[in-house]
Design a protein around this ligand. Structure first.
Ligand SMILES: [Fe+2]
Length: 200
């Protein structure tokens, strides 16, 4: 099987230029291409000489998480910007869980911004934890390292520099985070959280 490159129904975004999004989508396409390429290469190397190519195959397997998570994380990222920006619903199960953990919906947003201020490149990821009926907001440096095992992702904020450097210099990262949050289609995030909770 091969993974398809998804297309996203993105509106004109406030504070994120068409060029920025185009560059970023190009990067996403690269991840999809390499996920498929790694699977294809492993098959071919095994078929040609499994023993002789063992070292190469092992190294390709090590790279799989980087490419796969790069693909999937960008799908989470762009899907939550599809349609149109919509404000959070104060009555959603996500809002309730956020209130229980952070005190209020405003504190939840403030917490996301605080975590986004972590030095270095990476992602802010909000996970649902259905068994504990809560959520976690985590800074994940490399998308293949430091993810919380098995927890569904409800929000993915890309803080690799390629995500904003067409429009912002590194010192303006805060402005990018504001723009991202302003463009977020919150019902997408709320539906992810509700689905994760009901699947538990
Ligand atoms: Fe990215």
């Amino acid at each position: 099987m091969t993974y398809p490159t998804k297309t996203f129904n993105l509106p004109v975004l406030e504070g994120l230029s068409e060029k920025q999004i185009k560059v970023h989508l190009g990067l996403y396409e690269g991840y999809v291409k390499h996920v498929n390429l790694i699977m294809e290469k492993i098959q071919a190397l095994k078929a040609a000489d499994a023993e002789g190519n063992a070292y190469l195959i092992n190294e390709l397997r090590r790279r799989f998480g980087f490419e796969f998570d790069g693909m999937r994380m960008h799908e989470y990222y762009f899907e939550q910007l599809e349609g149109a920006a919509q404000a959070p619903d104060a009555g959603s199960s996500l809002a309730q869980a956020a209130e229980a953990k952070y005190g209020s919906a405003e504190n939840f947003i403030a917490h996301i911004k605080e975590v986004a201020g972590s030095r270095g490149i990476g992602w802010v990821i909000v996970y649902a934890d259905p068994t504990a009926k809560t959520l976690h907001t985590v800074f994940v440096n490399d998308h293949e390292l430091g993810q919380l095992a098995g927890l569904p992702i409800v929000l993915a904020l890309d803080l690799w520099e390629h995500a904003f450097m067409v429009d912002y210099v590194p010192a303006e990262k805060k402005n990018y985070v504001e723009a991202f949050l302003a463009n977020l289609n919150w019902p997408v995030v709320e539906k992810r959280f509700a689905a994760a909770m009901s699947a538990a």
